[in-house]
Write a protein that binds this ligand. Structure first.
Ligand code: BGC
Length: 743
């Protein structure tokens, strides 16, 4: 009996073992990746190699059908998996089963200062992408926040290269665990939307390496991102999608990256440059002005890396090695994703993913201000968290309290399975105590601008809101920007730094009617706040996706103690910002060129070094509890070249409730032969402390943390001498200072 069953088992498996042995090497996942790639390349014709280098539709590419190699299916990114798009036109496909969970915008993720949040974000969005059968998710975006006018800052991770480097890595790993590639974007220097298609960025090597590249470098070297997207703009006169310096010399040769470089949609402009300068996959080309081919006549084999490329290869005018190299990288990407049979199946677990979105949202919301000063005597504590027992009528004012902020904004727009508004979530908690009025009107369509909203409507909405505020015990104003054109939206920048749609006048009227106003700002950008001195409580609530309402309500009600910290500074006025302080040349440029004259002094590096106080500084964020910092101790007052020093500091929660604090460590080079910022973020740790609890946080500082990019030697270096360590609760709230000497 036993013998018989062994025989049956063997005869059952033998054909499969045999079949496996006959698998071509490129299909055999037990073979090393490079063996598989070599095998596939050796079987492919020149035509097949060229065919995989460009799109065959709006979001997909060819594979090699003859060899059973599938193409790639791509999707935006980066805050949720985008609705299915039409095969060949810029419109949605009209499916009914493609709604997603919208996660908080990446500015909010950065504001958590918690890599664990980036990991759960990546894992959950990756599961949805995998379930929807996507191979490449177009995100995350890691361009640096240079000016508050950039319409796309909400898709990025703020102004600091270290913070964005740390935060993008777990996101990428979480997504790619699902067998879905991240396509990190937009490489590089895509720091404004105005003139984005052509503007050439003139930037120093130091600023490039110290500010604009580190997050991309971490994404590929630590996150092992499998693909990356070139930017629309030019860099020193050549388009970023085929730029020899950034794509070839730095990314591929310098960083040894083995992934595939994808163009931004319609970001390719030249066959020879694309062939020679490191672009692998051309996406989004939809016309060829240079050949007189319009949108209606265009077919994908007219892409730059299609028949033109094939012709030049056949004629021997471009080396075959260029297409072999591209094909190798594209096959690697396909094997890692579409042909990876071991990847998990993904899932569309809305309940679980909504919980993830809410957790990240509450952890990223920043309490900017919470002061009792100026409030009438009956308010015996700051307005937040809301003590509902004190109030009979709570007035919610503002269009953003009910607006779907997952719509609009450009390619990051999402079709959500659900989106709960702030108003709905507050009603859920405070019931009939809540009254609502709109307060201001942003216009009907995503493209209406402030000047297009009739003044009478603005006036009457404001007057109604002020009248109702007078009767209320507490006012919650939910405003900010939105996803309309010229707000937080792709392909255009903001027109002004001020709040749009008459909100400054509205805020003034509300505060005059009733000083007890809690302001909730929804935006991915800093905004001007002339009334700040009279605004007792201000919350920065970003764009929070499906769970926007519950996340905001968790913070306002005190269910969750706020612990977010700003990933970018709020300047008092626009001209305070480095990029906006030199005039048109440095922003937005003349349409052809923009010069980054502020150089390495971006964000707090500028405000600190130039002694310009920010309205709300980088790293700022309050809590409902207080944290006291003990003495900082150093393991040594000197650091040997190549050595390290450990810094420790104890932090105590001295308030009445539990809470989280982000301990931030900045380093300044006291004397150097080159200009350096006063201080730069080098480490941080988010700690969770119960009321009364203390914890000692230790950071190891190495010589690498002291280096600058030496543009003459083209290398990173640190000069011996004294360095100051600044430890604090924000870039401007420094609690401890210590120094040591690099020998
Ligand atoms: C955007 C990219 C996006 C792509 C595809 C482009 O216009 O710049 O970020 O991934 O479109 O939608």
């Amino acid at each position: 009996m036993k013998t018989k069953s062994i025989f049956v088992a063997i005869s059952f498996f033998v054909p499969f073992i045999g079949a496996k042995a006959q698998l071509p090497a490129y299909m055999d996942e037990s073979q090393p990746m490079e063996t598989r790639i070599n095998d596939a390349i050796s079987r492919m014709t020149l035509e097949e190699k060229v065919a995989i280098c460009h799109a065959n539709s709006k979001f997909n590419t060819w594979g090699v059908p003859r060899l059973g190699i599938p193409g790639l299916q791509m999707s935006d990114g980066p805050h949720g998996v985008r609705e299915e798009m039409d095969w060949s036109q810029w419109k949605t496909a009209g499916w009914t089963n493609d709604s997603c969970t919208a996660f908080p915008a990446l500015t909010c993720l950065a504001a958590t200062w918690n890599p664990e949040m980036a990991w759960i974000y990546g894992k959950a969005i990756g599961e949805e992408a995998r379930y929807r059968n996507k191979n490449v998710l177009l995100g995350p975006g890691v361009n640096i926040y240079r000016t508050p006018l950039n319409g796309r800052n909400f898709e990025y991770m703020g102004e600091d290269p270290y913070l964005s480097s740390v935060m993008c890595v777990p996101y990428i790993k979480g997504v790619q665990e699902n067998g879905v590639a991240c396509c990190v974007k937009h490489f590089a220097l895509n720091n404004q939307e105005k003139y984005r298609w052509n503007i050439s960025v003139e930037v120093s090597d130091r600023a490039l390496h110290e500010i604009y590249l580190p997050a991309f470098k971490s994404a590929v070297q630590q996150g092992h991102a499998w693909s990356l997207m070139g930017a629309y703009n030019q860099i020193r006169g050549t388009h970023a999608c085929h730029n020899p310096l950034t794509l070839q010399k730095i990314l591929k040769d310098g960083w040894n990256w083995d992934g595939a470089a994808v163009s931004d949609w319609d970001g390719t402009h030249n066959t020879r440059e694309a062939a020679l300068n490191g672009l692998d996959i051309e996406m989004g080309t939809a016309s060829r002005k240079d050949k007189g081919i319009g949108f209606d006549d265009f077919t994908f084999d007219q892409s730059y890396l299609a028949s033109d490329y094939l012709d030049l290869l056949r004629k021997g005018e471009l080396p075959i090695s260029t297409v072999d190299e591209k094909a190798r990288r594209i096959l690697r990407l396909i094997f890692r994703t579409a042909m990876n049979t071991r990847k998990p199946l993904g899932n569309m677990d809305y309940a679980a993913h909504s919980a993830v979105a809410r957790k990240i949202g509450t952890e990223g919301i920043v309490l900017l201000k919470n002061s009792q000063k100026g409030l009438p005597k009956k308010y015996t504590s700051p307005l937040l968290p809301i003590n509902a027992n004190l109030y009979s009528h709570i007035l919610v004012v503002g269009d953003n309290a009910t607006r779907r902020l997952t719509e609009g904004g450009g390619s990051s727009e999402l079709k959500v399975q659900h989106e709960t508004s702030v108003l709905a979530a507050l009603k859920e908690i405070y019931g009939d105590k809540i009254l609502y009025t709109r307060g201001y009107a942003p216009g009907k369509t995503l493209y209406d601008r402030v000047e297009e909203v009739p003044a009478e409507l603005t006036d009457s909405l404001r007057e109604t809101a002020a009248r109702m505020a007078r009767e209320a015990d507490l006012v919650i104003f939910v405003g900010g920007l939105n996803k309309n054109k010229h707000q937080d939206c792709e392909d255009a920048d903001r027109l002004t730094y001020g709040l749009p749609f008459g909100q400054p006048e509205l805020l003034k009227a509300l505060l005059e009617a009733n000083p007890a106003v809690v302001t909730v700002l929804m935006s991915g950008n800093a905004v001007e706040l002339p009334q700040v001195a009279d605004m007792p409580s201000i919350v920065q609530a970003w764009y929070l996706g499906s769970e926007a309402g519950p996340a905001v309500a968790d913070i306002l009600s005190g269910k969750v103690n706020p612990s977010g910290k700003l990933p970018f500074s709020f300047p008092v006025k626009l001209e305070d910002c480095g990029a906006n302080s030199f005039g048109k040349e440095t922003y937005p440029g003349d349409g052809k060129k923009v010069e980054y004259k502020e150089d390495i002094l971006v964000g707090y590096r500028w405000y600190d070094t130039k002694n310009i106080p920010a309205l709300f500084p980088f790293g700022h964020g309050l809590s409902y509890t207080q944290f006291e910092y003990g003495k900082a101790t150093l393991s040594s007052s000197t650091m040997q070249a190549g050595g390290s020093v450990t810094v420790s500091v104890s932090v105590k929660n001295t308030g009445k409730c539990d809470g989280k604090e982000v301990v931030q460590l900045y380093i300044g080079d006291d004397k150097c032969s080159v200009m350096r910022p006063k201080k730069e973020l080098k480490k941080f740790a988010k700690i969770d402390l119960k009321s009364g609890e203390s914890q000692t946080v230790s950071f190891d500082i190495t010589e690498k943390d002291l280096q600058f990019f030496d543009d003459k030697q083209q290398t990173w270096t640190a000069e011996p001498g004294k360095f100051t360590i600044y430890i604090g609760s924000s870039s401007a709230d420094i609690r401890r200072k210590e120094s040591f000497t690099l020998l």
